[in-house]
Design a protein around this ligand. Structure first.
Ligand code: SF4
Length: 207
C-alpha cells in the first residue's frame, strides 16, 4: 500500500509525544522518547488508542519541532508509533533524528510500504490489514498481540516470512490479560522460538 502523500513537506500529524520507559518487546525497560503519529485505518477492535485513528484530529507538526523535543530529553532512542506511522513518508524525520545521533525505532502493523532508515523495526501484524511481505523480511522483531487462543496459531504463519535474525514475541492483549496469559505461557513452553512480551508500562502506570 502507498503512503498518504498530500501533507506539506516536513510536517506530520502528531497526536502526542513523551519521554517514558519502553514497555513492549525486545527493548522493554529502556528509556525512549515516543512520537505518536495520528492516523490509522487498520481498525483493530481492541485498539487502545482509537483516538489516534483520525489524522485530521492531530496538529501537523514540523519534524524539526519533534527533533527539538527529543533532544530536550536525555533520550538516545526515539520510538515512532501511531496510529499507523507508515501511512506517511518517514525519510525526512528518520534522517533528521539519526543525523542528531538518535536511534530510531519503528512500531508498525506493516500494512504500508516502508520508508525511512531504522535502527529497529517492530512489525505487529493485524488480522484486519495484513503486513506486506517486504516489511516482514525487514523486521527485527515480530510482535503479535494475542486476544483469543486462535491468535497463537495465526501468529505462526508469519514466522517463515521473516529474516533469520528476527525475534518473536507474543503479547497478551491488556483487557484479556488474566484469561489469556496461561494459554500464552503454555504455548511458549511448547514453541520456544517465541518469547512473551508484557506491556510493562501499564503495570507501572506510565504512558
Ligand atoms: Fe490501533 Fe495500532 Fe490497530 Fe491502528 S494498528 S487500529 S493504532 S492497534
Amino acid at each position: 500500500m502507498q503512503q498518504t502523500n498530500h501533507l506539506p513537506a516536513g510536517q506530520l500529524p502528531l497526536m502526542e509525544h513523551f519521554f517514558t520507559i519502553q514497555g513492549e518487546g525486545f527493548h522493554s525497560g529502556k528509556p525512549a522518547y515516543f512520537l505518536r503519529l495520528g492516523g490509522c485505518d487498520v481498525g483493530c477492535v481492541w485498539c487502545d488508542v482509537k483516538e489516534s485513528w483520525d489524522a485530521n484530529a492531530h496538529p501537523l507538526t514540523p519534524v524539526e519541532n519533534m527533533l527539538e523535543s527529543v533532544l530536550a530529553s536525555k533520550a538516545d532512542t526515539c520510538v515512532i508509533t501511531g496510529g499507523e506511522p507508515l501511512m506517511y513518508e518517514l525519510t525526512t524525520l528518520t534522517k533528521l533524528l539519526r543525523d542528531n545521533k538518535i536511534r530510531v525505532h519503528l512500531e508498525t502493523s506493516g500494512a504500508y510500504s516502508l520508508t525511512g532508515t531504522w535502527d529497529w523495526i517492530t512489525v505487529s501484524p493485524k488480522r484486519f490489514k495484513l503486513p506486506l511481505k517486504e516489511n516482514l523480511k525487514a523486521a527485527n522483531e515480530l510482535k503479535v498481540v494475542i486476544y483469543h487462543p486462535n491468535d497463537l496459531r495465526w501468529a505462526e504463519q508469519f514466522v517463515p516470512q521473516t529474516s533469520e535474525q528476527c525475534l518473536f514475541f507474543l503479547q497478551p492483549e491488556w483487557s484479556r490479560f488474566n484469561e489469556i496469559i496461561p494459554e500464552i505461557i503454555a504455548y511458549v513452553k511448547q514453541n520456544p522460538h517465541w518469547r512473551i512480551s508484557l506491556q510493562i508500562h501499564k503495570f507501572m502506570n506510565i504512558p
